[in-house]
Design a protein around this ligand. Structure first.
Ligand SMILES: [Fe+2]
Ligand SMILES: [Fe+2]
Length: 208
């Protein structure tokens, strides 16, 4: 079929548009084509889009910290890498605050939703709760409760979350820290998102 000027480019020249303007008119074979192309598309582009999400904040100003959120994320990941942590932990450190500006009050849930299908339950839980654990390190934060994390004392992932925040988060805003460039982490991010996804949506609904 002739492409019009309104069509966006397909990712591959031998792919096909489904030239119907409502989902209700898609046939089963249309969905077959769409889903096959979608699977390949996600495999090729998901990690890159996640990286672009972070990279887009590279030159942002800060609201008071000596480094912006991008450099905080890079420092967190670099510290985890240099401590010899597993690749998954390094990638989680890199992306733990990727939603800090766009989704501030729920940025832990944002990161958990972004990464949850591809990481351990330990890291999924840590991402969801790390901001609460951060309060311990902000004893003079107005309205903050440094001991709020105690409600989860004894949880299997309490210690890891406390360790992550203490070692790789609360002190990862040092303007003199020599961070690795983002490029160091690109292949790691690609490998994590290339894992077979797990469905964690039911866990997302559980409290805590
Ligand atoms: Fe955070
Ligand atoms: Fe952080």
């Amino acid at each position: 079929m002739q492409q019009t000027k309104h069509y966006d480019a397909l990712a591959h020249g031998d792919w096909h548009y489904i030239e119907k303007r409502s989902l209700e008119s898609f046939s089963a074979s249309d969905w077959g084509v769409m889903n096959a192309q979608r699977r390949q598309y996600m495999a090729e582009l998901q990690a890159d889009q996640v990286l672009r999400l972070l990279k887009g904040s590279e030159h942002d100003p800060t609201f008071g910290y000596m480094v912006n959120n991008y450099r905080h994320c890079l420092q967190s990941a670099t510290m985890a890498l240099r401590d010899g942590l597993e690749e998954e932990d390094v990638v989680v450190a890199l992306l733990h605050d990727v939603g800090f500006i766009t989704c501030p009050l729920m940025h832990g849930d944002f990161a958990a939703a972004l990464l949850g299908a591809y990481v351990s339950e330990r890291n999924h839980w840590m991402l969801r709760h790390h901001a609460t654990f951060q309060n311990l390190h902000s004893p003079n934060l107005p309205g903050g409760n440094p001991h709020e994390r105690e409600r989860w004392r004894g949880h299997p992932h309490f210690d890891w979350t406390a360790e992550f925040v203490a070692r790789y988060d609360q002190a990862a805003s040092d303007p003199d820290y020599p961070c690795e460039p983002l490029e160091t982490f690109v292949p790691m991010v690609r490998r994590i998102f290339a894992r077979a996804p797990q469905d964690r949506r039911s866990i997302e609904k559980e409290t805590p």
